[in-house]
Design a protein around this ligand. Structure first.
Ligand SMILES: C[S@@+](CC[C@H](N)C(=O)[O-])C[C@H]1O[C@@H](n2cnc3c(N)ncnc32)[C@H](O)[C@@H]1O
Length: 209
């Protein structure tokens, strides 16, 4: 990670507190702990507990001293001109997001698109070492960022490849962007910066001549 880079780690109450402890031991500065409050959580089958409806996402920066990037104005604009809070009311994953196959813990594009826009600028490199079905990568590429993902399960790499190929289709890409705009995750197309004219190089930098 670069000194001014930030990291996002998602989890549930089972693991997120120990993740925070490890980050603090490594001298990271915790910037926020986002509560993702799912607007349509799956029901609790046992009926012996409150329905689980939240996940947590820690946002931390590597260096205590080097400033991080936060797109405050965009987040405010997307939130009806009010400061965006650390509670995100967003739906669980939709069926339309599973067109290329199923990953058991696939995240919604909306969650990833929000955090990517909040913490990176177009053209930035984003690494997800636990790629899964590459939701981070799809959100990154839709928003004009470059992406590298690591994944140990071949089947999930195949889903990732299919998803990446899917957004080469401009009708599908537009459909996804429209859905994100409708959900107020990105600005409507007139205002939205699509990096069409920027010839982004998706190659891996350390393999370039
Ligand atoms: C929680 S899932 C990520 C889901 C992803 N955010 C998505 O939307 O599809 C974590 C992924 O990390 C992968 N994984 C676990 N250990 C790994 C390792 N050591 N190296 C690379 N990938 C790993 C798992 O196979 C799994 O697909």
């Amino acid at each position: 990670m670069k000194d001014n880079a930030t990291i996002w780690i998602s989890g549930t109450h089972h693991n997120i507190f120990s993740v925070q402890q490890q980050l603090l031991k490594l001298d990271f500065k915790i910037l926020n702990v986002i509560t993702w409050a799912k607007t349509n959580p799956p029901p609790n089958i046992s009926c012996r507990y409150f329905t689980y409806s939240t996940e947590f996402i820690i946002w931390a920066r590597k260096s205590q001293k080097v400033a991080h990037y936060y797109n405050y104005e965009l987040m405010k604009q997307l939130n009806g001109n009010k400061q965006m809070t650390d509670v995100w009311q967003l739906p669980a994953i939709g069926r339309w997001e599973k067109s290329c196959g199923k990953h058991p813990t696939q995240k919604p594009l909306g969650v990833l698109a929000r955090l990517i826009q909040a913490s990176t600028q177009p053209g930035a490199w984003i690494l997800d070492p636990f790629n899964g079905s590459a939701t981070t990568g799809i959100a990154a590429n839709l928003l004009g960022r470059k992406y590298l993902g690591l994944e140990i399960v071949d089947e999930f790499l195949s889903i990732s490849k299919a998803r990446r190929e899917e957004i080469e289709n401009s009708a599908i890409r537009s459909n996804y962007l429209e859905r994100l705009a409708k959900a107020k995750i990105i600005l409507p197309p007139d205002d939205f910066f699509v990096a069409d004219e920027v010839k982004l190089n998706y190659g891996v930098p350390w393999l370039q001549e």
